[in-house]
Write a protein that binds this ligand. Sequence first.
Ligand code: GDP
Length: 197
Amino acid sequence: LFAGAADFTWAAPELGALPPMEGVEIAFAGRSNVGKSSLVNALTGRNTLARTSHTPGRTQQLNFFRIGERFTLVDMPGYGYAQVEKAKVEAWTRLIHAYLKGRSNLARVYVLIDSRHGLKEIDTALLDGLDKAAVSYQLVLTKGDALKKSEMEKRIAGIHAALAKRPAAYPEVLLTSSRDDLGVPELRASIARLLQE
Ligand code: GDP
């Protein structure tokens, strides 16, 4: 699935610059510093993939990476960085909404949540947007190595409760750690299943 070169195919920094809807897209979103680059790199085995969108709070663009023949990975710009001014937050919101609207080839958005912090208001705002746009999404907890087992169980239970009434949420929550390769094979399998549908 992840074999072959990843081509950086498109960067969409503004409205009207989205690539044509060709093939299946799978997107990754999360707050800045959530561990998105690390997880995407662990997932794909490519260390350079998510670097382009890495500078926190600065890069406000959607990056599209063609992965082999099977799908396009969409790296959404990190959100919730404290020092970002209002205009940039608004630009982020406009870009994401423009992307989500009518993107029928978008199979799923994996929304990354730092397991140490849980769901923040800004994450909830994104989930609201996804529910509204009826875009399927699944929550992925990152840094699963950083919590004790009992704390982690509480965290996951809390997240399940928060998801219960959300129409577009996939009920399963994935627990990952790119540091320990925890949950990475499961995430890969989840993507493979999506591509079979
Ligand atoms: P991004 O801003 O979302 O792309 O996040 P990065 O992948 O750059 O990671 C942000 C910070 O979290 C870095 O200091 C990483 O070392 C740390 N980090 C990333 N993945 C993990 C993980 O699985 N476990 C732990 N403990 N830290 C992680």
